[in-house]
Ligand binder design. Structure first.
Ligand SMILES: [Ca+2]
Ligand SMILES: [Ca+2]
Ligand SMILES: [Ca+2]
Length: 439
C-alpha cells in the first residue's frame, strides 16, 4: 500500500480536530542541544520550509534519541529526518526529510503524524534492497499501543502506516536474509498474556506478520528488548520483563526458518534455569564476545550462623548453549544491594569470597572464606567499597582511594589486607568495579 504524503496530510487534516484537544507534554520537548554542522543545516531547513517557531521532538525509546537523525542509507546517499512541533499544531509531530546533495542538505519533503509522543526513529533496510527506510514509532490517540509509519524516500516520499501494533518493539535481521524485521511485543491487555509478533516489510503490502508467540503470562512490563545473537550464530532477542510480583526475568526468542516459528528456547531447554531475580538487571553482552548473556542472581556464600540479609547477592551472567540445552556461566560479580554497582569476581576468586553490606554506611566489605573448618567462616577482611555523597566526600577527611565519580556521589575503596591468598591489588579493584547504567 503506497500513499503519497500529500494524501496522508489530507487524511490527517480530518483527524487533527480530535487531537488538538491533547495537551502538549513538556517532558518530551527538550531544549535544543548544541547542534553539529550537519544537524544545524537540517534544523535551518525547518525554519525555511515551515516556521521559525518550532520545538524539536526527541524519540523516547530505541537506541536513537536524536530529534535530527543523519544516516548513510547504504547506497552512497546521506539522508536526514528531523522531528519537530510547531506552536500552531501542538498535537502534531512534523517530520522533515532531507538529502545531502553536493555537500549540503536539500529539502526532500515532509509528513505529519497526529501524536504527542514519538517513541522511536530508526533507519533500517526493511526490504533488503540495500537502502535503508525510515521507521517512526509513535503513540496514537485512540489506543494504548503504539503505531508504526515506514517512509521510503525515493522520487517521492511514500508511507506505510500500521496502527496500534506494539507496546515495545525492536528491529533486527531475525532470519538472516539481509532485511530487518520488526518484533512487536504487546503487554497490558487485561485478559490476554503478552504477545510477540515478528513482522516483515513488503514494499507494496506494508508490514506483514511472519510468526508470533505468547510470552510469559506473568510479565507485566517489558523493561528492555535487545536484538543480537542469543547463542552462536542464532540471531534473536532478549526480552527483560518485570513480573506482577515485582521481580524481573528474561525470555529469549528466535525465528526458526525451517519450522517458520518463533521459538522461546528457555521453555524447551531440559535444564532451563530460572532467570527470575529481584534486582533490575538487564541482559547484555557482558564479555564482548558477540553473544548476549542473561543475568541470574544467587546468594553469596554465607558463614554458618550469619545474618543472611547482611550479605550481598551474586549476579551470574549466563548464555544459552544449544549443544547442551543449558545455560553456561560467563561472568560472576557481587552486586551492591542498592543496585548501583557490581564487583566482578574472577574465576580463581569467585567461590572463595563473600561480601557484607552496611546500608547505613553505604559500605560493601569483602571477605575471604575459611573452608578448612567444619563450618564455613569468614577468614579475612580484604577490602571495602564505600559511597559518599559529593558534599560528604569534600567536607570529610576521606582515607579511602577514589574509585569512581558520579555527579552526586563518589565511590571509594580501601584494601585492608594484602597478604591473604585472595587479596586484591588496586588495579584489580579498579577493573572489577562497574557502575550499573540506568539504575
Ligand atoms: Ca530498503
Ligand atoms: Ca530478515
Ligand atoms: Ca557475551
Amino acid at each position: 500500500m503506497k500513499r503519497i504524503v500529500a494524501i496522508l496530510l489530507i487524511v490527517l487534516c480530518f483527524t487533527l480536530s480530535a487531537c488538538s484537544a491533547l495537551s502538549l507534554e513538556e517532558e518530551d520537548i527538550l531544549a535544543v542541544p548544541k547542534a553539529s554542522g550537519d544537524e544545524s543545516e537540517v534544523i535551518s531547513l525547518i525554519a525555511s520550509n515551515f516556521s521559525s517557531s518550532f520545538e524539536l521532538v526527541y524519540p523516547l525509546s530505541g537506541a536513537n534519541k536524536n530529534a535530527v537523525t543523519i544516516c548513510d542509507t547504504g547506497k552512497d546517499v546521506i539522508e536526514a529526518i528531523a522531528v519537530f512541533r510547531t506552536k500552531d499544531e501542538p498535537g502534531t509531530a512534523e517530520l522533515l526529510f532531507a538529502r545531502k546533495i553536493n555537500d549540503s542538505f536539500t529539502y526532500l519533503g515532509s509528513s505529519a503524524i497526529p501524536t504527542n509522543v514519538i517513541d522511536r526513529v530508526d533507519f533500517a533496510d526493511l526490504d533488503g534492497d540495500g537502502k535503508r527506510e525510515i521507521l517512526v514509532g509513535y503513540q496514537g490517540a485512540s489506543s494504548s499501543l503504539k503505531s508504526i509509519a515506514i517512509y521510503r524516500t525515493e522520487d517521492e516520499i511514500s508511507v506505510t502506516d500500521v496502527t496500534a501494533c506494539y507496546s515495545r518493539c525492536v528491529l533486527g535481521d531475525f532470519n538472516s536474509d539481509g532485511a530487518d524485521e520488526v518484533l512487536c511485543v504487546t503487554t497490558g491487555a487485561a485478559s490476554e498474556p503478552p504477545f510477540a509478533t515478528l513482522m516483515g516489510y513488503h514494499p507494496d503490502r506494508g508490514l506483514l506478520p511472519i510468526a508470533d508467540c505468547e510470552l510469559n503470562p506473568e510479565a507485566q512490563e517489558i523493561e528492555n528488548l535487545l536484538f543480537g545473537n542469543i547463542a552462536e550464530d542464532i540471531p534473536g532477542v532478549m526480552i527483560d520483563e518485570r513480573l506482577e510480583s515485582g521481580a524481573y526475568t528474561t525470555e529469549a526468542l528466535y525465528y526458526d526458518k525451517g519450522q517458520k516459528l518463533l521459538i522461546n528456547p528457555l521453555f524447551i531447554f531440559e535444564t532451563a534455569e530460572n532467570a527470575e531475580r529481584s534486582e533490575k538487571l538487564l541482559s547484555k553482552d557482558i564479555n564482548n564476545d558477540g553473544i548476549l548473556e542473561i543475568p541470574t542472581v544467587e546468594k553469596a556464600p554465607i558463614p554458618e550462623n550469619a545474618v543472611e540479609n547482611a550479605f550481598c547477592n551474586i549476579v551470574v551472567w549466563k548464555d544459552l548453549d544449544f549443544s547442551s540445552y543449558s545455560m553456561q556461566e560467563k561472568k560472576t560479580a557481587l552486586i551492591c544491594p542498592d543496585g548501583k554497582y557490581t564487583f566482578t569476581l574472577t574465576e580463581d576468586k569467585k567461590d572463595c569470597i563473600t561480601a557484607q553490606y552496611s546500608e547505613e554506611e553505604r559500605k560493601m566489605t569483602l571477605y575471604s572464606l575459611d573452608f578448612d573448618r567444619e563450618d564455613t567462616q569468614l577468614s579475612h577482611e580484604l577490602l571495602y567499597i564505600k559511597a559518599y555523597s559529593r558534599d560528604d566526600y569534600q567536607e570529610n577527611k576521606v582515607i579511602e582511594a577514589k574509585l569512581y565519580e558520579l555527579s552526586a556521589e563518589v565511590y571509594t575503596f580501601l584494601i585492608t589486607n594484602s597478604d591473604d591468598e585472595y587479596a586484591f591489588t588496586d588495579t584489580e579493584v579498579e577493573k572489577s568495579f562497574e557502575i550499573l547504567q540506568g539504575s
